[in-house]
Design a protein around this ligand. Structure first.
Ligand code: HEM
Ligand code: HEM
Length: 300
């Protein structure tokens, strides 16, 4: 996780503790709420809630929309402005003087800082969501085109990508994320596939008179289901495996880390694809999974 999303979350958690402490203080002595109510509310809402939301959103939204934040350094300015603005406001409020003279002017200054932080957050999060512009259907596939653009216009090309070695594209989440930023040239480089030969194959298949290649869907892509009682194979879908044998989930968690099941695409990846994505020998994972299955089947 990048530095700033993490900082926002950590700061948010600290404000949660502070907010709770203030709440408990007011509960014990309600007369204190004249000064502490504003502090409690803003520490909880502008500190805890807003910072947690911003931190998680900065981490997640660019990945889901496959776009960069429009102003990544803005996270730093927002972090500083939001903390200084919030702490300044609550300190003045708690000190009892925010409605008169110079103290009011200083309060307004901190309020403006906090307001600016919110405006930066708005800018980054609103515009990271705006959909990419539609591109016209190309007449020829070239190396600079993004993988996802080709798949958008020619869904039948997925089969060609998969059989040429771009196995990770079987995963819908991969098609929604890195396929949008990687060009065909880069993808070929990374997978050791000849760009010229692959482009030739794509162009000759996609632009031939009768292009009737079947359109693969999540259910008909490479891979197969598994039922309770069967053993797992390299091309078994992870989603189906977990359904048939929930105990095998821990094999994935121990090898790939706990976060892997938060990925929306894992259900339609095969065991082999997940292993190759994580640079782990598929045979090792399969052996561990089948040992779990064996234990499950033999269990009285
Ligand atoms: C340990 C946790 C908490 C305690 C003990 C607590 C306690 C209190 C108390 C005693 C009040 C009344 C203050 C008054 O006399 O006016 C209050 C108000 C408030 N609290 Fe909390 N609180 C807690 C957590 C939270 C959290 C997590 C949030 C928001 C995320 C929150 C938001 C508010 C708001 C918005 C008000 C004002 C409600 C109104 O306008 O009537 N509180 N809290
Ligand atoms: C940009 C930053 C913000 C500034 C400058 C600001 C400023 C203020 C001010 C001056 C008041 C009136 C206080 C009084 O009359 O005693 C107030 C009240 C309040 N604000 Fe904010 N606020 C900000 C952000 C927020 C956010 C993000 C939330 C909630 C998500 C929030 C929730 C509230 C609530 C619930 C009250 C009513 C408090 C009460 O009933 O006593 N504020 N705010």
């Amino acid at each position: 996780m990048d530095n700033y999303p993490r900082l926002f979350i950590k700061a948010g958690l600290i404000y949660a503790l502070l907010g709770a402490a203030l709440g408990v203080t007011m509960a014990i002595d309600p007369s204190l709420s004249v000064r502490l109510r504003f502090v409690h509310i803003h520490i909880n809402l502008l500190g805890f809630m807003a910072m947690m939301i911003a931190g998680v959103a900065f981490h997640v939204l660019p990945r889901f929309s496959a776009r960069k934040l429009p102003w990544p350094e803005g996270m730093k300015y927002q972090f500083i402005l939001q903390n200084v603005g919030l702490l300044g406001m609550v300190a003045l409020y708690a000190a009892g003087g925010w409605r008169g003279g110079i103290a009011h002017a200083v309060f307004v200054f901190f309020a403006i800082l906090a307001g600016m932080a919110m405006a930066i957050m708005f800018y980054n999060l609103y515009f990271v969501l705006t959909a990419p512009e539609e591109t016209p259907k190309p007449e020829k596939i070239t190396g600079e085109m993004k993988v996802a653009d080709v798949l958008d216009h020619f869904p039948q090309a997925l089969a060609l990508f998969l059989e040429s070695g771009f196995k990770s594209l079987a995963n819908p989440a991969a098609r929604q994320t890195f396929a949008k930023v990687v060009s065909i040239e880069k993808a070929c480089d990374k997978h050791g596939v000849s760009t010229t030969a692959f482009l030739e194959k794509l162009n000759s298949e996609l632009f031939k008179e009768d292009s009737s290649a079947p359109i693969p869907t999540e259910g008909s892509g490479p891979g197969k289901e598994i039922k309770h009682g069967e053993m797992c194979q390299a091309d078994t879908w992870v989603g189906s495996l977990i359904k048939a044998y929930p105990a095998t989930k821990k094999v994935f968690e121990s090898n790939y880390g706990e976060g892997c099941f938060s990925c929306p695409g894992q259900a339609f990846e095969t065991v082999e694809q997940t292993a190759s994505m994580h640079n782990i020998d598929p045979e090792k994972i399969l052996a561990e999974i089948n040992a779990e299955i064996d234990r499950d089947i033999k269990r009285p």
